[in-house]
Design a binder for this molecule. Sequence first.
Ligand code: ZN
Length: 334
Amino acid sequence: MLLSATLVVALTACSGAGAEQGPNDPNAQTNARSGDQGEALSGERAGERATAQADDPRPLVLTTFTVLADIARNVAGEHLRVESITTPGAEIHGYEPTPGDLRRASGADLIVDNGMHLEAWFEQFVADLDAPHRVATTGIDAIEIASGEAAGTQNPHAWMSPLAAQRYVDNLVEAFAELDPEHAADYRANGEAYKAELRAVHEELVTAVEELPESQRVLVTCEGAFSYLARDAGLEERYLWAVNAERQATPRRVAAAIDAVREQRVPAVFCESTVSDAPMQRVVESTDAVFGGTLYVDSLSAADGPVPTYLELIRHDADVIATALTGASEGEKE
Ligand SMILES: [Zn+2]
């Protein structure tokens, strides 16, 4: 008993070194289960979990990715424990859940996914779980993917429209009120307050793009993840591949992007934080465009990074896009 306690102390000390760990880190969950001051050091996983639940009696809501977790936290307020299965920076489309993810999920009171085939792994993940799950995008009018292997299917990145994200909020309010009826009024109030912030950030986005000359309102990215944002903001969207699930920057697609950038004299192109920007750098090398910066879509950054929240993600992307497309940085290129 003493030996196992010592071992767990050692393990906790190692994994606990990252004091910066956000709530989205699976290790953070392990640490939480281990207790703060050794109370839960009895070793057995079940015992740890029981102690963690005793420490935090709030229902556990698990979401599939960090953006959704942040939106959900804004609705949940203090009443629910909201965590993300994937960590900041993770690739969400083709993620491979770990046995640890399944263990966490088996203890969840509610699991929320984005749906629209964003999480290719989700159906199998929840197949053997008892916890109820809800789809955050229910009721949203999907934009269809225009090209590639997934042509004709729903583009899953609906959260990139702050206006559509209001429907995420409504769905979460409903799900949380069902899970925890006692606090239903708080969830509704939190949801309304957050939706006002979403409308405000939408206005900021539209205003930023409106300041661009009309001919420069072209957004060229790696993944076609900006269809909703481009629609809202009045941008023309081009991309190297439609969804990360295929992620094929074929020579033909790169060549097509190079042609388009040249023809439309696009001043800057972009790529997303969760994928390699190497194919887009080839576009930069072959055109007058500069690399305009890294955009965030499928994941938030770590807490000390540029986009620790969803609202900051939209603000960051709007700012990077508008700044680079003004052509102000054109002179930097040889
Ligand atoms: Zn994506």
